[in-house]
Write a protein that binds this ligand. Structure first.
Ligand SMILES: N[C@@H](CCC(=O)N[C@@H](CS)C(=O)NCC(=O)O)C(=O)O
Length: 203
């Protein structure tokens, strides 16, 4: 299987972490690429009209995207039910994934506004609005999710770790730890898992 990915992408990190957790990483051939909304990779477009990474091409040549779908596909390939709990437990894991995916979408929206948009067109209210959503998600993690984070390993916790790792990489001045000591402790410990240690984001 071919995975279009980037070493700094938190969404690609989710996929690689699931691949390591479930033991299918050796079935992936990684195709490094750099994409932004204004610089597409023409190799990805035939598979994913959005042109985003991660995009997976299966052994049968089928395209699978986005990260949520790829992660679940890999979990099923490995037998199912490991990173995506079945039964009642499924919903908590998926909601945690969505909480953190939404925050990541806002991180990217703020980053593109800062890094990509020509300086005279940048809109500070847009950046503030998106970073406000990120901070709200972090507060929700700190206030509501710590017992869950401390006692589960699944797609939700992988996504939470990817979010916090991405903040450290791209928003080093965002002091997310000071007011949120419990998720800071969790993140430090969870980052030691081989699946997370092997996928630390790099530029
Ligand atoms: N919902 C998608 C989001 C993927 C995403 O935004 N990836 C970024 C890189 S981290 C990207 O491809 N950006 C290029 C673009 O927006 O065109 C997922 O979960 O895979």
């Amino acid at each position: 299987m071919k995975l279009f990915f980037a070493g700094a992408s938190p969404f690609a990190r989710k996929v690689m972490a699931v691949a390591y957790e479930t033991g299918v990483a050796n079935r992936l051939t990684l195709v490094p690429t750099t994409v932004t909304p204004v610089a597409k990779d023409k190799l990805i477009a035939p598979y994913n009209p959005a042109g985003k990474i991660p995009t997976l091409v299966t052994e049968a040549g089928e395209a699978i995207y986005d990260s949520r779908v790829i992660c679940e596909y890999l979990d099923v390939l490995a037998g199912g039910g490991r990173m995506f709990p079945t039964g009642e437990g499924r919903w908590k894991a998926l909601v945690l994934q969505s909480l953190c995916d939404e925050a990541l979408d806002s991180c990217l929206a703020a980053r593109y506004e800062t890094m990509l948009r020509p300086e005279n067109l940048r809109w500070q209210d847009w950046i503030n609005g998106h970073m406000g959503k990120v901070r709200q998600a972090l507060d929700t993690l700190e206030n509501d999710w710590v017992p869950y984070l401390n006692s589960n390993v699944n797609i939700g916790t992988i996504t939470a770790c990817s979010l916090l790792g991405y903040l450290d990489l791209r928003f080093p001045d965002e002091d997310w730890r000071s007011a949120r000591p419990a998720i800071a402790v969790w993140h430090k410990a969870y980052s030691q898992r081989p699946a997370m240690a092997k996928t630390v984001p790099v530029v």
